[in-house]
Design a protein around this ligand. Sequence first.
Ligand code: NAD
Length: 435
Amino acid sequence: MAKANVKPATGKLGIMVVGLGAVSTTFMTGVMMARKGLAKPVGSMTQYDKIRIGKGENKKYLHYKDIVSMPTLDDIVFAAWDVYPANAYESAINAEVLKEKDIEPVKDELLKIKPLKAAFDKNYAKRLDGDNVKQCKDRWDMTEQVREDIRNFKKETGVDRVVVLWAASTEIYVEPDMQYHDTIAHLEQAMKDNVVDKIAPSMCYAYAALKEDCPFIMGAPNTTVDIPAMWELSEQTKVPIAGKDFKTGQTLVKSGFAPIIGTRMLGLNGWFSTNILGNRDGLVLDEPANFRTKEVSKLSTLESILVADEQPDLYSNYYHKVRINYYPPRNDNKEGWDNIDIFGWMGYPMQIKINFLCRDSILAAPLCLDLCLLMDLAHRAGRYGTQRFLSFFLKSPMHDYTQNEIPVNHLFQQYVMLKNAIREMGGYEADEEID
Ligand SMILES: NC(=O)c1ccc[n+]([C@@H]2O[C@H](COP(=O)([O-])OP(=O)(O)OC[C@H]3O[C@@H](n4cnc5c(N)ncnc54)[C@H](O)[C@@H]3O)[C@@H](O)[C@H]2O)c1
């Protein structure tokens, strides 16, 4: 066994989730059902994947937990915030993602998860009107109240460590503004001056988490921790951040499929992606300002995989469009269509159609688990700043755009980054050998 570079995962791990909707309740219910041996955590890398360690004759394939110290599912304790007062059981039933038979066996545990009052501002999600909301003097007070929630949760449950995961609605787009978002000092001042259109509630959660020594994960496309002030705070507090936007359905397909076109040196004229979905997420995204946040996130995927500068003949002029349509009858069962106009030898056009009939929260739940466990791992390993090795799970991986750093969107390159980070934290050498 190599010498690991991480503190052991002793005691309990608290997972505080912002938002107690479809994704979070599917995540929590799945973890609870798996602990009882009544369901399998399918899709979770931390529970299933094996990484090759060593080369040649010495190579072996190990689960993550056999390479680095990881918490078990039994170690997890949940809490949540939400704008609506429904507990996790009611919310799981309302979400209509899981069948009752898959919820009832853990009903008692779910009933106990009652959402803390949300740090919320209706201007950031106009379609939500719940009243389980904190009364805040200003944004600074909002962060103080969230910090108190985290401290209380630690005290009441005795958890050893806490990770904060944003699985709440997508907020309206907040363009990074270097007057407010460039340094910690400016960010704090803007919170104290209550500059409400620059300080999203999600920033108050993130700020509070980092100050309370809790890694923060942004599962929606919000720009929350994707600003220099939060990068600085993450460095200063030595607490890792990750984001943004869970890579679940269409973008997962895109980041796995685009490499087929790119590695075969085929050309691209256009890629049109459209979706229908009818859950509350879809309802919020029906608002143009909220959709804008999602669109920016979804559009970023292709450009770093099929790069015009590298292959001008093939990729200099493609049209990339993404649409999301709110369509209630489908609820959480999203349907995505991709129409891909490619061209081949001598420029002859061809088309590829992909029709993915997926389940949004079923795809997102294992990502929640993996991101929480791996962020806790990163923290124990003394890592901080943006955790790029988690790009594998994210639609719009954070990167230092002020330095023109290019994000890695290519699914298989992201997988190499993930494996190598685990290897390194386990005290093994990173490598790029083909498994
Ligand atoms: N499911 C997927 O495939 C997927 C993929 C990528 C990203 N996401 C993102 O994950 C998030 C959750 O999706 P969902 O389907 O569970 O949505 P949902 O609408 O079912 O749940 C979100 C919950 O967040 C709550 N909320 C909103 N603002 C809040 C705040 N400031 N504080 C506390 N709670 C707040 C809402 O009341 C709601 O109950 C969305 O932002 C979505 O865009 C989902």
